[in-house]
Write a protein that binds this ligand. Structure first.
Ligand code: GLY
Length: 378
């Protein structure tokens, strides 16, 4: 296992981050931060996939700090997650993000059995999205919908850990098998020969036959959407850990190398790594933070000090180019890009930039509670 050293700089930043989260717990007052222009986050109800990350940050903090405010605030948010299942509020493949960082995290930190049961309920719904003909998990829309029934997307790789965890917890292989087959299909069709990736891929949903790679959030079908690619790096590293599958570790490595090769000199990715020169060069700090977590996971699995050093360089670049240093700022990282083609939050705080940055810092300090990997690490 690669040793992850603590540096004074990262320790100071993670300490300041925990203080900021404490202040935000009061300011946000039961609502969910999404993105933020200037020094403030806009707040929302628990109605979209972004709701995963504020509880996730509270649990990262709560697992590392005796101050009860972190845990109490996170616990107070859980009924809104249960409500989403009851009321079927925007149920998609993102159940993995939503329930790994809320219900699973709550169970993991506090041992709360009701939270564990809630996470298992979400895993059931996620497994129901598995489509037998093509052996993949449908990302969006009602299962079997004409328009999106044949669509997979890169982001789903980060939703698979909830399924692996559900099989670990229950002994029922149904969840693991859905996740394993989805990862195999993603490896075969989303990863291009040069290690870059399509954001999405279409299949004939009746026969499972592959049709074509496309994009939803990238610049074009053949460009390279930075965050989708970062989800692939981290998602394949986690699938490799859960399945002990060398093909998944190869996929994680291959996508990681492609990501690193296409970074600009300052190592903060453009929102699309193949953005034409005439386009506004918005950056996406979230992609660097997610990729750093992925590189650390590969380094841990493969005892790879070079991959670890590359992850450290990404964290250093985020600290030097994106850190919010204004004490009045609510966010941790600036320069996130939520959805540039739709014109949403192109250069702002985004709550998942902050989540993965904090997770990366805590990983460097050997105090990441790890809400994605196996509970039983033996
Ligand atoms: N899951 C969508 C995104 O990364 O923006």
């Amino acid at each position: 296992m690669v040793q992850l050293p603590v540096t004074e700089e990262t320790f100071a930043i993670s300490t300041i981050s925990l203080v900021r989260i404490r202040q935000n717990a009061v300011i946000f007052n039961g609502r969910f931060p999404n993105s933020g222009d200037g020094l403030h986050y806009t707040l929302n109800d628990n109605v979209n996939w972004l709701a995963a990350f504020w509880p996730g940050m509270l649990w990262l903090a709560g697992a590392n700090n005796d101050d009860p405010i972190y845990r109490e605030t996170a616990v107070s948010l859980l009924p809104t997650f249960s409500n989403r299942l009851d009321q079927q509020v925007h149920i998609t493949h993102d159940l993995g993000f939503l329930f790994s960082l809320s219900a699973r995290a709550q169970w993991q930190v506090t041992g709360d059995e009701a939270a564990r049961q809630l996470a298992l309920r979400a895993a059931d719904l996620l497994a129901d999205r598995f489509r037998q003909p093509g052996q993949y998990i449908q990302a969006w829309g009602p299962v079997g919908e004409v328009e999106r029934g044949g669509l997979i997307i890169a982001d789903t790789m980060m939703n698979l850990p909830l399924l692996f965890w559900a099989s670990e917890q229950t002994g029922n292989p149904r969840y693991y098998e859905a996740a394993y087959h989805h990862a195999q299909i993603s490896r075969q069709y989303l990863i291009r020969e040069d290690g870059s990736s399509f954001h999405t891929y279409f299949f004939n949903q009746e026969t499972g036959e592959p049709i074509a790679g496309r994009t939803h959030q990238g610049y074009s079908d053949d460009s390279l959407w930075a965050r989708g690619h970062a989800w692939m790096i981290y998602g394949f590293a986690l699938a490799a850990q859960w399945c002990n599958e060398p093909l998944f570790l190869d996929a994680a490595r291959q996508t990681a190398v492609a990501f690193l090769n296409e970074l600009p000199e300052d190592k903060i990715p453009l929102w699309d790594l193949r953005l034409p020169a005439h386009e506004t060069p918005y950056r996406d700090s979230s992609a660097a933070a997610i990729a750093a977590c992925g590189l650390f996971r590969i380094a841990q699995l493969d005892n790879d000090s070079q991959m670890y050093a590359q992850g450290e360089e990404l964290v250093a670049a985020l600290i030097h180019h994106c850190l919010e240093t204004d004490p009045a700022g609510q966010g941790l990282l600036k320069h996130g890009a939520l959805h540039v083609p739709k014109g949403w939050a192109a250069d702002e705080y985004i709550i998942f930039s902050d989540y993965f940055f904090l997770e990366a810092l805590l990983t460097l300090e050997n105090r990441n509670p790890d809400f994605w990997g196996p509970t039983n690490k033996d």
